[in-house]
Every structure is written in C-alpha cells, then in structure tokens.
Design a protein around this ligand. Structure first.
Ligand code: F6R
Length: 611
C-alpha cells in the first residue's frame, strides 16, 4: 500500500507533494515524509498523518523544484519516525520512497551487513536502497544502471522513486506490482500512486507498466524496460475532475459517497441499460458471450466488500443463468492449488484494481487457461489491464477507506452481466427479464428514498452506539448484505460485529443473545421473508434488541422489532442495493458519534497492495 508522490519542474515541489499526499492518504497514513533537492538532499519525516508533518515543518525553508513524498501503511517495521520514508542511503546522497514489499530483503540485508553496511530502520526499503547504492559504487555505474541490476535480483512488489543529490533534476522510478502514474505538464512532470495528486496540473498521463523504469526530468520522460530498451510512453487523457475528489460540503468523504449512490448507480447503468427496449449493452460481456454461456463454472475472486458483492452475485447468477458459481477469497484461492479449467470464467471484482491478493489470484487462474473478466472501479488500474475483458463500475473516485458507493455499483454491474447471460442462454423468460430491467432502472430513485432515512438512522446510532457487540443477520440475497453491514460497523466504529446467515444463528451465535445485544436483521420482503420473521421471533424471545431493515408495509416485522429502517419495495434481485444503504449510514453515524476517524479508520488502507 502506501501513497507516493514526486515532482520535478519549475514550481515549488513541497506544496504539490503535500497536497498530493493528502489525497493519497486513503492508501495508508501511519507516517509521512518528504525528500527535497536544493543544494543537497533534505529529508523530513514523521510518524502520523500528512497534516502532522505539515504542522511540524511550518517556518522551515522548504524551497526546492524537485522532491518525492510518501504516506505509509506499515509492513516491515512499526509506524515510527525512523521507519518513515524517504530513506537515505549510506552515502547520504540517495533518497528512496517505496510502495510494496521486498520479499528477499533479509538475504540482501545480510549480504550488505557483511559488506559493512549499517541500517537505521527496520524496513525492506532501506535494504533495497543500499543494495542499489552498493551496486552503483562497486560497478562504477549510473544510478539508472544500478537500479536495473538490483531489480533483477529483487523478489516482491514495488514502486520506487529515487532522487540523487548529484543529479538535481531527475527522479528515477520503477514499478512491479504496485501502481505508478506519471503526469505530463509543460516543462514539468508529476508522479503518483494514482492520478489524484496531478489533477489540477495536467490531464495527460502515462500508466507505467510492470518491469518498466522511468527517467523523469522536467522536460523529458524516458521509459525503459529492465533490458535497457526504450519504450514509447502511451499517453492517455484523464477524465476525472477535481471536484470528484473533494468533499463537496459533506463532513466526510464516506457520507458524501453514501449520498452519491443514486447518481453512481445511475452512471453505472447509463448507456448500458435500456429498460424500454429491453437491451443491455456491455461490450466486455457481448464480445465474449459464448465464453459465459458455455462456462462450466464461474469463479468469483475478490476481497472484503468486493467479496460480499461477489456473494450476492452468486445468488443472482445461479438463479438467473443456471451456471454454478463459486465465490473465493482471493487470498485463499491463490495459495492453494485451485482446480481451474480452461472452460472456467473468472470474475475478479475490485474497487481499486490494485489489490495484491486479487491480482496474484488472477495471474494464477490465467496460467491455467481461464478467461478473466474484471469488474473494477479505477480506470487503467492493474486488474483492469490484466483482465481479458471487463466492465468498469463508473462510481468515480472513492476516497473514504470503507467502500460504500462502489459496493452498490458492483452489484449493478453484476446484475446486468447476469441478465445479459440469462437472456442469451434463455434461462429467463421475457416477462421476468423486462421486469428486472425496469427494477434496475428504478433503483437510483429508490436509493434516493432510502437516503431520506438519514436523520432517523442518526437517532438510532445515538441509541445503540454504546453496544459492545452487534449481530447482523440475513438470508439469501440479504445474507451478504448482513456481512457487509457488520464489516462497515467494525471498520468504522471499532465495535465488534458479526454477520451470519439468519438460520445459521441457532447453530451457535444465538448463545450471544441477551438484552444488551442489538441484532440487525436485513429482512426486506423476498422469498425468504417468512423464515427470517421466524428468526426475528427467536431473537425477540431471548430479549435481544431487534433492529431491522424492512420493506414498507411489513407490519409483522414492525411488531417484532425494537426499531426499523424502512426501504421501498423492490425485487429481491436488486434489493441488496437498497438494504445496504441504511447499514452504511448506521455504521457512519455510530463511528462519528464515537469520535472515530471514519474516512481513515485505524490500521486500514484503501488499496491493499501487499499480500
Ligand atoms: C471495506 C473495504 C475493503 C475492500 C477490500 C478489497 O470497506 O473497503 O474490505 O473491499 O480491501 O479492495 P478492492 O475492492 O479495492 O479490491
């Protein structure tokens, strides 16, 4: 994980870097650092968030036209001043920032220690830096050549940015497995983990590929492979506006993103779904429809919230398309020896498109001949590029670390994919198909209705915020929603919460129920509803506090619940896009009331680029 920023040009580098790091804090925020070149190398770093370093540097002379900066999510070495990046080489001339993990760092470190090197941090980064410097000195070669030689011996994932006090205009960058974007300005270049640090300066960017090295000067960008051959940079136009990554009047990005959902679901459907004509246009599915229709199996791989979206899709695809679906945690799938056949379709779901576990799982499935379909939010991200085909969720930048709007956008895409396959396979009749298209079309407006519950949910948050534990229960399509509700509460408020299939509760978790336990039922009207109502009764009989998300008009559930959050009626296939929204709001308001940093919960990062 970690966020990296670099600048070389005629502007003041420090403010650009600091602003860029603040935008990248979603990637990690346990320490921050900046290295500047101005008549020598100056490094400033500190445990804590970017604003803390900024405060500590007020009044310093930070003038420089070139610099690199880093916001860290600790892997090797606790969050501390000395483990913060940038690191400085033994000679004091080179500085490096790094996003990723060098797996063979212990071996390299031992070799260097034997050669007389000392280390000031516990990081793998400092090892890589000195390894490069050692090669530079011993081979009497350029920094660029030393990096190339070193990277051929390195095992792991990295984006590195380096500056050299003896070459005060150049940043050298290299990538394998972690993202790197270079923005092209007039006589200046910007580097970042994503494009957000450069949005107000340029719309022209180059996404650097694995095993590429970039030599970046104010007026020149040279890309090379590790064999020292030049590569022509592929310049792309960004279509993100600055406003999309600002809070727009909301207290937190999370609240803004929850409230954006009517628009993001609409954007996701726009240009694809025509409910009147009965068409779904998705080139990635359409061009590969044969593969989907003849698939012996669909394997969905994802992590966290994206995995929950995959679980909902399992119900939808099996119901509508009659294709067996398996939903796998990417991290588990990749480490066992999974049985994957060339006829299998892999659907990889990821907001960031950079999740290391998902990326490696994709590579593993690819090696076995499977067709990979990526459902990704971040345009141009690694998963988007490595998939054979795919569909973007078009939810716009998600800055809050907890996923909200991208979950519902993933569900919208997955539902359209399922409907398109079902139509082609004729596993759905025309009436149901047209009905579901209309239901999808109506979803943004219904989500808008659900958002009107905000004030009511805030009052529920006040009532339940001091609970020590929460149980979330649901069945069928709403079971993954219960998991997602519990995950949101845990990560945002640090309250222990568990999601369970409602019927499974009686096989163990029911032992937890007493008068102090809020049990959140996701109980909208669907084919499982009567059974869920029985489960509510079981909780009520044991004096648990029943808080339920229900469909309007469901008087039975009202009578069984201590509190309700009422959503509009919807077909069970699209209902999760509605029923998850009150749970996002409940987690948000409880987190705020408990004084938590909801946009940047402790220990988390938005883009998990370590395995
Ligand atoms: C939870 C959350 C994480 C991510 C997970 C996968 O709110 O955001 O659980 O869903 O890290 O990330 P992506 O979707 O970027 O692959």
């Amino acid at each position: 994980m970690c966020g990296i920023v670099g600048y070389t040009g005629s502007k003041e580098a420090y403010p650009i870097i600091i602003k860029g790091l603040k935008r990248l804090e979603y990637r990690g925020y346990d320490s921050t650092g900046v290295a500047l070149l101005n008549h020598g190398l100056k490094v400033y770093k500190k445990k804590g968030k970017v604003a803390e370093l900024e405060d500590a540097l007020v009044g310093q002379d930070l003038h420089a036209n070139i610099g690199i900066g880093h916001t860290r999510w600790a892997t090797h070495g606790e969050p501390s001043d000395r483990n913060a990046h940038p690191h400085t080489s033994s000679s004091g001339k080179l500085a490096m920032i790094h996003n990723g993990i060098i797996e063979n760092y212990t071996k390299l470190k031992n070799e260097l220690i034997k050669n007389g090197y000392f280390f000031h941090s516990d990081t793998d980064t400092e090892v890589l830096l000195n390894f490069i410097e050692d090669i530079k000195i011993n081979n009497n070669c350029s920094l660029e050549e030393a990096i190339r030689v070193a990277l051929k011996r390195v095992v792991g994932a990295y984006v590195i940015l380096m500056i050299d006090a003896d070459d005060p205009e150049t940043i050298i960058a290299a990538r394998k497995g972690s993202p790197l974007v270079i923005g092209i300005g007039k006589g200046e270049h910007f580097l970042g983990s994503d494009a957000s640090p450069m949005l107000e300066y340029t719309k022209e960017v180059v996404y650097v590929n694995d095993y590429e090295l970039a030599i970046v000067k104010p007026g020149e960008l040279i890309l090379k492979n590790l064999g020292n051959e030049k590569i022509t940079p592929f310049v792309q136009k960004l279509d993100i506006e600055l406003a999309a990554i600002e809070k727009g009047g909301y207290d937190h990005f999370m609240l803004k993103e929850i409230n954006e959902q009517p628009d993001t679901i609409f954007d996701c459907l726009r240009g694809r779904l025509d409910a009147d004509k009965g068409t779904i246009t998705m080139a990635g599915v359409g061009n590969n429809i044969e593969k989907f229709c003849t698939a012996s199996r669909i394997i969905i791989i994802a992590c966290g919230t994206s995995w929950h979206a995959g679980l909902v899709a399992e119900y939808i695809i099996e119901e509508l398309c009659r294709i067996p679906v398996e939903v796998e945690y990417a991290s588990e799938f990749r480490y066992r020896n999974p049985v994957v056949h060339p006829g299998d379709v892999i659907v990889a779901i990821s907001q960031s498109g950079e999740t290391a576990d998902t990326l490696v799982a994709i590579e593993k499935a690819k090696e076995k001949g499977a067709f990979i379909f990526g459902i990704v939010n971040v345009v141009g991200s690694s998963i988007a590029r490595t998939s054979h085909a795919g569909a973007y969720t078009h939810a716009g930048p998600e800055i809050g670390v907890a996923s909200t709007k991208t979950f519902t956008a993933q569900l919208a895409v997955l539902t359209m994919v399922a409907l398109k396959i079902a139509k082609e396979k004729a596993t759905i009749n025309e009436e149901r198909y047209m009905h579901l298209l209309k239901e999808l079309h109506d979803t943004p407006d219904k989500v808008r209705e659900v958002l009107k519950l905000s004030g009511h949910i805030k009052s529920l948050a006040k009532k339940y915020k001091d609970a020590r534990d929460f149980l979330y229960l649901g069945r069928g399509y709403n079971f993954p929603v219960a998991l997602e509700g519990a995950l949101k509460l845990k990560e945002i408020s640090y309250i222990h919460a568990e999601g369970y299939p409602a019927a499974e509760m009686k096989h163990g978790p029911i032992a937890l129920v007493d008068e102090s336990l809020p049990v959140v039922f996701v109980a909208t009207k669907d084919s499982y509803h009567e059974k869920v109502v029985s489960n509510m009764q079981e909780i009520k009989a044991r004096k648990g506090k029943v808080v339920s998300v229900i469909t309007e008009g469901d008087e039975m559930s009202v009578s069984l619940s201590n509190d309700v959050m009422i959503v509009p009626a919807a077909d069970e296939i699209v209902a999760p896009m509605l029923s998850v929204v009150p749970l996002q709001l409940l987690a948000y308001y409880i987190g705020v009331l408990k004084g938590c940093d909801v946009d940047k919960p402790r220990n988390l990062a938005k883009s998990v680029t370590v395995e």
